[in-house]
Design a protein around this ligand. Structure first.
Ligand SMILES: *[C@@H]1O[C@H](CO)[C@@H](O)[C@H](O)[C@H]1NC(C)=O
Length: 250
């Protein structure tokens, strides 16, 4: 495109004539293709010419011609809108530039979803009075968009403690969501993950560790000790009787 070059040259030249040595002017030309449907049916081509912070003139494919926003921008828009060649070229950009490139690059990004690996873990073990802290972690997914929610007996839990999403730094992301809850018997807690890499929402049930963990309490230890002692006495007595009966027959 020779147009932006010509325009910037013209402006920088003009400014340096009027202001002397330039302290650093910044011209930029920003082309955007905006769309949200994979068939590009709502594709819009936007082309803006900025000098320092200001947008002077813009082409919007929905409008179909240049619109000026500053005095000089209005003048440029008038001139360019009078030129059928420029207009024809810009009106074609939505197809030749936007749709063409979106098709080319889109396939490199779309349909490249990588489903997360989901893990549930117990951060803090609670009891009937103190809440437990559960964490649902999803690792190594792409793209960034994800929804992680908690379910209690299949119903959505709204008071989620915290959620943190972060980039791995390698195009993949991870997210950690914590839930604080008082464990109740017969209750099922699950983590639901929705991501483009899955064909449907995935539900991961939390399997709490066995509740009645075996503990060596003092009375239990004493009982086992006494039982072992008595068994020892019985065996010793039996051995003594056997020995006696053997020695008597000789
Ligand atoms: C482009 O022009 C259309 C029609 O005036 C407008 O609705 C739309 O917001 C414009 N797009 C942008 C990004 O300015």
């Amino acid at each position: 495109m020779s147009l932006p070059k010509l325009w910037s040259f013209h402006h920088i030249l003009m400014l340096s004539v009027f202001t002397g040595a330039a302290k650093g002017y910044y011209f930029h030309h920003w082309s955007q293709c905006i769309y949200s449907y994979s068939d590009f049916s709502d594709m819009v081509f936007l082309d803006g010419f900025y000098f320092n912070k200001y947008l002077h003139v813009q082409f919007n494919s929905t409008v179909g011609e240049f619109v000026g926003f500053t005095e000089i921008g209005v003048r440029d828009a008038e001139n360019w809108n009078k030129d059928p060649n420029i207009l024809q070229q810009y009106r074609a950009e939505v197809d030749t530039f936007c749709k063409h490139d979106a098709e080319l690059y889109g396939t490199a990004v779309h349909d490249k979803a990588v489903a997360p690996v989901v893990k549930l873990s117990l951060v803090k073990k609670g009891d009937s009075r103190r809440p437990s802290l559960l964490m649902c972690s999803a690792y190594d997914f792409y793209p960034e968009q994800i929804k992680v929610s908690w379910l209690r007996n299949g119903a959505l839990v709204t008071d989620v403690t915290s959620t943190e999403k972060m980039p791995n730094g390698d195009w993949y992301y991870q997210i950690h969501t914590e839930l604080e809850y008082i464990p109740k018997a017969g209750e099922k807690i699950s983590c639901m993950v929705e991501h483009a890499g899955f064909s449907k929402p995935m539900i991961y049930d939390w399997n709490p560790p066995p509740v009645s963990e075996f503990e060596w309490s003092a009375p239990l230890l004493f009982t086992v000790g006494v039982a072992a002692l008595m068994l020892g006495i019985i065996i010793a007595a039996a051995g003594f009787i056997y020995y006696k009966s053997k020695s008597m027959t000789i």
